[in-house]
Design a protein around this ligand. Structure first.
Ligand SMILES: [Zn+2]
Length: 450
């Protein structure tokens, strides 16, 4: 069995920061102890003094675009960017082509990932008004959950949050985790009409947050929560983008006992409406980037335990797809390579602690999805680990961008911290800019009950 000893790293795990050695045996962590002597035999030693070691980020919301939209990205290219960014597991959304709305299409995606993914993976089963019976058949121990995310681009019914009758049926019958994108489309339509009257097709992108506005988010989230509570459904609200919505979440329940959980995405913690001036459509997302007050409110809601996890909503589009007028430029952008580095910028600016970053990107994701043996640095758990240099400046220049779409909203930004190495299932898949292409990630498994 291959063994690796990581010596002298500063470990951030389960609320503590301490120096320790970590011994990896095969796919798992065998031992964590202070100053371990390397066991005799074939063992690789990594001297990590001065570096930080954390459990890899588990990103529960990505769009890797395979199958069918591979001009934007594919599982190989985007999972490669993910491990370079310190993400060791991900959950991919159903708005590929075809949409993932049958069990057969869902299993096809697992096959694709088994042959090409650098990181561990799970795929959401897509839900719409027409596939309720099919969607209820997923196996909760091998599939992360149900989601409508991104499907509104392709169907005329739009987001399921706007269909209370359907939600009643779904929430009363599903025992899986249900992850929803919440924006009220009638409010958005009304706002859009007003801006279209004034600007025609040339609506300045800086008004995106006044079209897909705070009220659209709040109204939809509030409606969905009410129906979910009525049925005690297991609901996860994706990408909360406003301070107002955070008032809807309970912070007095332990995360692994919550029936309703909430997520915030990296871009909503970093950008605000001020940035539309310089970034334009590069920061056009749905839900939109809101005000500075919202951004501060979201950071506060993480501190207050109202938001449980941090994700990316990595959604690459080509440069052409991001250009044109308001109606032509697509919403979404690539993030997996730069998400953890951006959270570490927030750490350097005293907006979030290292322990909280680890808790929100790894521990709590493992808790709310009941992921088996991942999300912590624990003996017996999978060795999904990330080595960080918190004081190594680097610039996200064009050559360093690994996304298939070839651009990033962080191009030319100088980061203060760098991902030095990433281990997935004990394999050193990313080592100082070099990749190990021979090992693939594994399908995530979930515990039924704790
Ligand atoms: Zn979404």
């Amino acid at each position: 069995m291959n063994k690796t000893l990581i010596k002298g790293a500063t470990i951030v795990n389960e609320g503590e920061i301490k120096i320790a050695d970590v011994l990896i045996a095969g796919e798992r962590i065998e031992k964590i102890a202070s100053s371990m002597v390397a066991p005799i035999g074939n063992i690789k030693t990594i001297h990590a003094e001065g570096l930080f070691l954390i459990p890899g980020m588990i990103d529960d919301q990505v769009h890797f675009r395979e199958p069918g939209l591979t001009h934007k990205g594919n599982i190989f290219s985007e999972s490669r960017a993910a491990v370079a960014g310190g993400i060791t597991s991900y959950m991919d959304m159903p708005n590929t082509n075809p949409n993932t709305t049958t069990l057969a299409l869902l299993e096809e995606k697992y096959q694709l990932a088994a042959n090409s993914s650098f990181a561990n993976y799970s795929f959401f089963m897509g839900i719409n008004k027409n596939n309720l019976e099919e969607s209820l058949k997923i196996n909760n121990e091998t599939v992360c959950g149900l989601s409508d995310d991104g499907l509104y681009f392709d169907n005329q019914d739009g987001l399921v949050c706007n269909h209370p009758d359907y939600l009643d049926k779904l929430f009363s019958r599903a025992d899986a985790l249900i992850a929803l994108h919440c924006e009220d489309e009638s409010i958005i339509e009304k706002n859009l009409w007003q801006f279209k009257e004034k600007y025609g097709n040339e609506i300045p992108v800086e008004y995106h947050h006044l079209i897909r506005d705070e009220q659209a988010c709040f109204t939809a989230t509030q409606r969905v929560l009410e129906i979910a509570k009525k049925h005690n459904a297991r609901l996860h609200i994706l990408h909360v983008s406003t301070e107002k919505e955070t008032t809807l979440f309970d912070n007095k329940i332990l995360v692994n006992q919550k029936r309703i959980t909430a997520e915030v995405c990296v871009h909503h913690l970093w950008f605000s409406d001020k940035d539309y001036k310089t970034q334009g459509a590069f920061i056009k997302w749905n839900p939109s980037i809101k005000s500075e007050t919202d951004k501060q409110g979201l950071l506060q809601a993480l501190k207050d335990n109202k938001l449980d996890i941090i994700a990316t909503d990595h959604a690459p589009h080509t440069m052409e797809e991001k250009t044109g007028n308001y109606f032509q430029s697509k919403s979404g952008g690539p993030l997996v390579q730069h998400a953890l580095p951006i959270l570490l910028e927030l750490y350097h600016y005293n907006n979030i602690s290292l322990q909280e970053i680890v808790r929100r990107t790894s521990h709590n994701v493992a808790e709310i999805y009941r992921i088996k043996d991942r999300g912590y640095l624990r003996e017996g758990y999978y060795a999904d680990l990330v080595l960080l240099d918190l004081n190594k400046k680097w610039t996200a220049n064009q050559d360093s961008i690994l996304y298939k779409c070839g651009w990033s909203p962080f191009t030319d930004y100088q980061f203060k911290s760098k991902v030095i190495g990433t281990f997935v299932n004990g394999t050193h898949v990313f080592d100082n800019g070099n990749f190990n292409n021979t090992q693939h990630g594994q399908r995530l498994l979930f515990e039924k009950e704790r």
